[in-house]
Design a protein. Structure first.
Length: 188
């Protein structure tokens, strides 16, 4: 009889729910559009990022509305209409970056997060780009800061989609503004 009473009490009393961990890892392709900003708009022009790859580590549980994130990405770009493209009409770029940041969930659903990240980026182009309009020194390799703000959305199954607005090469080199979309696999 005591066992039955204990079972009834356990079924009636509310028990604290354990936090459900979200998948911590993420890897997948990305693509988007990009353009130079300010004076670099004329030097770089505008274009696309037809392919990129990103991987992230972002351990988060559903009980907390915030968490941290580390993300690495490599992107290949094609820029058109830039006056720095003197040898060919096309500037080809490779961008590699590592960013750390925070994820925050301002709404009730535990499957969507706002992200804010910052870090460093290496940019390499196929043609030399002057850093200023009267600069006689041209460069093909640039190193600088990068920042992004975005949205992460967990999808049914083991997938996640993200949309980022990224501002690159803060302080040095040609500055770019990019809008990127990625979808990939999540995992432990």
């Amino acid at each position: 009889m005591r066992a039955l009473a204990a079972a009834i009490v356990l079924c009636v009393l509310p028990l604290p729910a354990a936090a459900e961990p979200l998948p911590s890892g993420y890897i997948g392709p990305m693509f988007g559009g990009t353009s130079g900003t300010g004076a670099d708009n004329k030097r770089l022009g505008y274009g696309v990022i037809p392919f990129g790859l990103q991987a992230a580590w972002q351990p988060t549980t559903t009980e907390r509305p915030y968490g941290w994130t580390v993300r690495w990405s490599t992107m290949f770009g094609r820029l058109y209409n830039g006056n720095a493209a003197k040898i060919d009409d096309l500037l080809l770029t490779v961008q590699m970056d590592v960013m750390v940041g925070i994820r925050y969930r301002p709404w009730a659903t535990p499957r969507r997060y706002l992200t804010l990240r910052g870090g460093g980026e290496l940019l390499r182009v196929n043609q030399p780009i002057p850093q200023t309009s009267d600069d006689t020194m041209t460069h093909r390799n640039f190193l600088g800061g990068v920042a992004s703000i975005g949205l992460d959305q967990y999808l049914p199954g083991s997938f996640m989609m993200n949309v980022d607005v990224r501002y690159g090469l803060i302080g040095t080199g040609p500055e770019q503004l990019s809008v990127l979309v990625g979808i990939g696999f999540t995992g432990p």
